[in-house]
Design a protein around this ligand. Sequence first.
Ligand SMILES: Nc1ncnc2c1ncn2[C@@H]1O[C@H](COP(=O)(O)O)[C@@H](O)[C@H]1OP(=O)(O)O
Ligand SMILES: [Mg+2]
Ligand SMILES: [Mg+2]
Ligand SMILES: [Mg+2]
Length: 350
Amino acid sequence: MTYDKELAAAKKAASLAATLCQKVQKALLQSDVHSKSDKSPVTVADYGSQAVVSFVLEKELPTELFSLVAEEDTGDLRTESGQETLQRITKLVNDSLGNEEVYADTPSLSTEDVLRAIDHGKSEGGAVGRHWVLDPIDGTKGFVRGDQYAIALALLDEGKVVLGVLACPNLPLASINQHSSESSHDKVGCLFFAKVGEGTYMQSLDGSSPVKVHVSAIANPEEASFFESFEAAHSLHDLSSSIAKKLGVKAPPVRIDSQAKYGALSRGDGAIYLRFPHKGYREKIWDHAAGCIVVTEAGGEVTDAAGNPLDFSKGKYLDLDTGIIVTNKKLMPSLLKAVRASIEEKVSSL
Ligand SMILES: Nc1ncnc2c1ncn2[C@@H]1O[C@H](COP(=O)(O)O)[C@@H](O)[C@H]1OP(=O)(O)O
Ligand SMILES: [Mg+2]
Ligand SMILES: [Mg+2]
Ligand SMILES: [Mg+2]
């Protein structure tokens, strides 16, 4: 079947990367968190995860042209002060791969091999051919806090997302909606995956059989709950709350980090996800590609604030009107109306 071997490789790559991230999150030292030039945090796990995914995809799909658009680059790791960090990343990567029987005989990667694997992620993407799209840790701030994060991997074919995998190591296997009990949150670690035209499935990261998931069927906004960023710096919480009020949503927002929001929405834990970055922020394709197909294949819709579908064919960035909104097909028309009204109010009050 189409993209079968690509999906199998993507699941394997994201699961291995998740194991690496879990190990680092457990032992996280302050010295593992560095600041990039845009002031966002990056850890040895972000780099390690990118190296592992890049290595596994190339190994598993040797006959295909390999193009990867990924978040991290090796600039800081090639400096004098980056050498110790690079050694640590290399050890982490070798430990993760060494634990896999199939790679046990592969010679250990050198620091140069690791740099090369990370640098594979330099592709610009676009509308022609196939490109893998990776966020090695989406929600680094959540990761550093000990909260939610995701390894998000998708495949673009001629500008369209054709498969997506979201590994969410800290997301409970049971629903996180407001009616679920705390005790049902004990078992964590979800792997969501979707292939175009074939639906979305979830399994546990430790390998249970996959179950098909669907977005919430709620049609009455009063019964809906909505997700937004944990970090207020990532999304305008006041705009989301004005939209929710207009719609008649009663429940308070559920704030969690990363594309785990798309995963949770795809299985109906909540019905709406609203994201309105501050002025001047440009959304990147790796922050939405996997989440988008996971939600749409589960029966949901993902659009910008003007109601247009997201266009992943323009390179690294998404050119968007104002924000991103996600919900089921029944709620979308009234949600879009509330979004427009709230944005107009905001503009006229300036
Ligand atoms: N200033 C910002 N505005 C919006 N999103 C941001 C900003 N800085 C980083 N991000 C990205 O937002 C996503 C997580 O945000 P949220 O948890 O709010 O959904 C991540 O992709 C994060 O990148 P990163 O992958 O580096 O963590
Ligand atoms: Mg980052
Ligand atoms: Mg991200
Ligand atoms: Mg990231």
